[in-house]
Design a protein around this ligand. Structure first.
Ligand code: ATP
Ligand code: MG
Length: 140
């Protein structure tokens, strides 16, 4: 499998509960390497731009305001098949459906406040990485 990079976000519900290190340990234990990382506080406009693919969904305003409600940790994870592997480690969107031991099973509070984001395909991974990071900030 090819080496890939994917964009991960540790969401405000998780930073608020001081879970950054525990979540990063799950990524690293799965063989994902954190090659860039920073803690930022998005404005509602920045959060809305990031999740614009969901602009027509009924939960969009809630999602945008939640993502701007506190600090997030944005990061680039690298590894073999990193996009799919990260989504495996994250678990299903709704924590009630997430497999035991996944980030969302262990930490998510609800389908909306679900602790992590991960890119879903190579094209979105490239776009999302470029939204937050300059090439020089990625140190593999
Ligand atoms: P993400 O894109 O954050 O990695 P995902 O790909 O598992 O999550 P998506 O369908 O892309 O899920 O939804 C994006 C985000 O929107 C979810 O992670 C969650 O925070 C929020 N969301 C999704 N469905 C709902 C819902 N029914 N009610 C409230 N929020 C929701
Ligand atoms: Mg998604």
């Amino acid at each position: 499998m090819a080496t890939e990079r994917t964009l991960s976000i540790i969401k405000p519900d998780a930073t608020k509960r001081n879970l950054t290190g525990k979540i990063n340990a799950k990524f690293e234990d799965a063989g994902l390497r954190i090659v860039a990382q920073k803690r930022i506080h998005l404005t509602p406009a920045q959060a809305g731009e990031f999740y614009k693919v969901h602009a027509e969904r009924p939960f969009f305003a809630e999602l945008r305001d939640f993502m701007a409600s506190g600090p997030v940790v944005v990061q680039v994870l690298e590894g073999d098949g990193a996009i799919a592997k990260n989504r495996e480690v994250m678990g299903a969107t709704n924590p009630k459906d997430a497999a035991p031991g996944t980030v969302r099973a262990d930490f998510a509070e609800s389908v909306g406040e679900n602790s992590v984001h991960g890119s879903d395909a190579p094209e979105t991974a490239a776009e999302e990485i470029a939204y937050f990071f300059a090439g020089l900030e990625l140190v593999g």
